[in-house]
Design a protein around this ligand. Structure first.
Ligand SMILES: [Zn+2]
Length: 103
C-alpha cells in the first residue's frame, strides 16, 4: 500500500530478526505514515503521542519476543532519493551565504 521509508528491526533470543516498517502513503496530502508489522497484521493508528520507535520496539518485544538490539534504518531507496536532494539544498545555502557576504 505505502512506500516503506524506515525499518525497525529487533532480534529474538533464538536469533530470528523481526521487522516493523514505517510506510508512507503519498496518496494523502499531506502524506500519512503507517506502522506495519511484516510478521503479523499489527498496524496501529499513529494518532498517538507515543513515539513511533517506542511503539515499534514495544510490539517487537511483547508480541514476537524480539527484545534485543532494536535498531532503525532508513529504507535504501528512500534514503538515496533524499541524498540527491540534500546537496542541492547545501549548494543553495552556500550561494545565499556568498551572496549575503557581498553586501
Ligand atoms: Zn507483529
Amino acid at each position: 500500500m505505502g512506500t516503506p521509508v524506515r525499518h525497525f528491526t529487533a532480534t529474538a533470543p533464538d536469533g530470528q530478526v523481526f521487522t516493523v516498517n514505517i510506510e508512507r502513503d503519498f496518496r494523502y496530502d499531506p502524506y500519512r505514515d503507517f506502522l506495519v508489522c511484516t510478521h503479523c497484521d499489527w498496524a496501529p493508528s499513529l494518532l498517538t503521542m507515543k513515539k513511533i520507535a517506542d511503539m515499534a520496539g514495544e510490539h517487537l518485544a511483547s508480541v514476537h519476543g524480539a527484545d534485543r538490539g532494536l535498531s532503525q534504518q532508513d529504507n535504501e531507496g528512500f534514503r538515496r532519493a533524499r541524498l540527491i536532494v540534500l546537496p542541492i539544498v547545501a549548494v543553495l545555502l552556500i550561494a545565499l551565504f556568498v551572496h549575503l557576504q557581498n553586501f
